[in-house]
Design a protein around this ligand. Structure first.
Ligand SMILES: [Zn+2]
Length: 359
C-alpha cells in the first residue's frame, strides 16, 4: 500500500467519525454537481442553486446551533454518485438528512413558465404521476455512473415497476421524516413566501439508502424564469436557507419534547420495583416490534414478513404497521428484537398502552 492509498483509507475510516458524542449531526446534500447539472434554467443550472442554498443553510447551523455538526455530501461543484451521498450520511451517523433540489417540468409541458411552489418529499410510494415523474428525473442521474445496475441492484430509473418496491423500505424513520417535512413546508411559506405544494412521497434513491430521517426538498421551479431569478438571488438564497434553519430548530424541539416524555416513563417504571413484568401489565403496557409500515394491506402469510409467523397488522391513520413478538416483558422484547433485526435491520420496539400505540 503506498502512502497515497493509506491516506485515502485513513480519510474514509476516520473522517466520518469526527462527529462528537451527543452532537446532533445534520447531513446537507446539495443535489447534482459536476457533469450532472440537474435541471436547466434560463441563465443557471439546478446544481448551482442547490449548492448555494445548501452552503448558506449549513453556515447558519454552524453559526447558531452550537451542539450541531454539519456534514456536507459536497461543498463544491463536483459529481457525487447517489449511493456515495448515502454512504457519507450513514458513516457520519447522521440524525437528519436533507437533500436540496430544484424542480422542473418537462420541456413539452405548457405550464413550464408559470408553475411555482415548493414541495418536500419523503420516501414512499408515489400516489400521483407527478410525484413519480419528479423521482424519475432525480434518479436518472445514476445513468451517468458506470455499472449502475449493479450498484442499485437492478434498479431502472426509467421503469415505473422499479418504484413499486420502494414501499417496503418505509420504516422506522418515516414518522420523523414526515414531521420534519411538514414543519419545513410551513416555514417555506412563512419565511420564504413560497407557494405550498405539500408534503409528498416518491421513490427517491438517495433517501432510500440513508439510515436516518430523510427528506428531499424541491425548492421551487427553475423552469419558471421568475422563480429561477428568486432562487438565484442573494435574497432568495438567504430566505430559503433561513426557512430550512427555522424548520430544523422547530423539528429538534419537537423531538426533544418526545424524548423527555419517554425518559420520564422509563424512570418511573424502574422506581416502582424490580418486577417489571408485573408492573407493566398492571399499567396496561405491552411491547411489540414494528417490522414494516406502508399503505398496503398485506395478508398474514405475506412474503414480506420473511417467514415470521403471527405478524399483527395495526391501522394507524392511513398507514398499516406490522408488528411482531407482543409481550409485557421488556427484557423479552429486547431479546426478540435482536433476532428480528437479522431479517429487518430497521425493526424497533413500540409500546402499546391499553391496546393503543403510544407515540
Ligand atoms: Zn434535482
Amino acid at each position: 500500500m503506498n502512502k497515497f492509498a493509506a491516506l485515502i483509507i485513513f480519510c474514509i475510516v476516520f473522517i466520518p467519525c469526527v462527529a462528537k458524542d451527543g452532537n446532533f449531526v445534520l447531513i446537507i446534500d446539495a443535489g447534482h454537481g459536476g457533469k450532472d447539472v440537474g435541471a436547466p434554467g434560463v441563465s443557471n443550472y439546478e446544481k448551482n442553486i442547490n449548492l448555494d442554498v445548501a452552503l448558506k443553510f449549513g453556515e447558519l447551523v454552524e453559526k447558531r446551533m452550537k451542539d450541531a455538526e454539519v456534514v456536507y455530501t459536497r461543498k463544491r461543484d463536483k459529481f457525487v454518485p447517489l449511493q456515495e451521498r448515502a454512504n457519507i450520511a450513514n458513516a457520519a451517523k447522521g440524525d437528519l438528512f436533507v437533500s436540496i433540489h430544484t424542480n422542473s417540468l418537462d420541456k413539452r409541458n405548457r405550464n413550464r413558465k408559470t408553475i411555482k411552489g415548493t414541495a418536500t418529499y419523503t420516501l414512499g410510494l408515489h400516489r400521483t404521476d407527478d410525484n413519480l415523474e419528479v423521482a424519475m428525473r432525480e434518479n436518472s442521474v445514476i445513468s451517468l455512473e458506470e455499472d449502475y445496475t449493479t450498484t442499485y441492484k437492478g434498479f431502472d430509473p426509467n421503469s415505473a415497476e422499479s418504484y413499486i418496491i420502494n414501499e417496503i423500505y418505509q420504516n422506522h424513520y418515516m414518522e420523523q421524516s414526515v414531521n420534519f417535512a411538514s414543519i419545513l413546508q410551513k416555514q417555506f411559506v412563512k419565511t420564504a413566501g413560497r407557494v405550498d405544494r405539500g408534503v409528498r412521497q416518491a421513490g427517491f434513491l438517495v433517501i432510500r439508502e440513508t439510515a436516518m430521517p430523510s427528506v428531499l426538498v424541491e425548492l421551487d421551479f427553475i423552469c419558471n424564469p421568475t422563480q429561477e431569478k428568486y432562487m438565484a438571488s442573494e435574497k432568495g438564497c438567504s430566505q430559503l436557507a433561513e426557512a430550512l434553519y427555522n424548520a430544523l430548530v422547530e423539528y429538534r424541539k419537537s423531538n426533544h419534547d418526545n424524548v423527555d416524555s419517554t425518559r420520564q416513563y422509563a424512570t418511573s417504571s424502574q422506581d416502582e420495583g424490580k418486577d417489571k413484568k408485573t408492573n407493566v401489565s398492571r399499567a396496561g403496557i405491552e411491547y411489540k416490534i414494528q417490522i414494516l409500515a406502508g399503505r398496503s394491506k398485506l395478508p398474514s402469510n405475506s412474503k414480506e414478513f420473511k417467514g415470521l409467523k403471527g405478524v399483527e397488522r395495526y391501522k394507524d391513520g392511513n398507514l398499516y404497521k406490522y408488528m411482531y413478538g407482543a409481550t409485557t416483558d421488556y427484557d423479552e422484547v429486547v431479546k426478540t428484537l435482536k433476532k428480528v433485526q437479522r431479517k429487518f435491520k430497521d425493526a424497533y420496539i413500540v409500546t402499546f398502552k391499553n391496546g393503543r400505540l403510544e407515540k
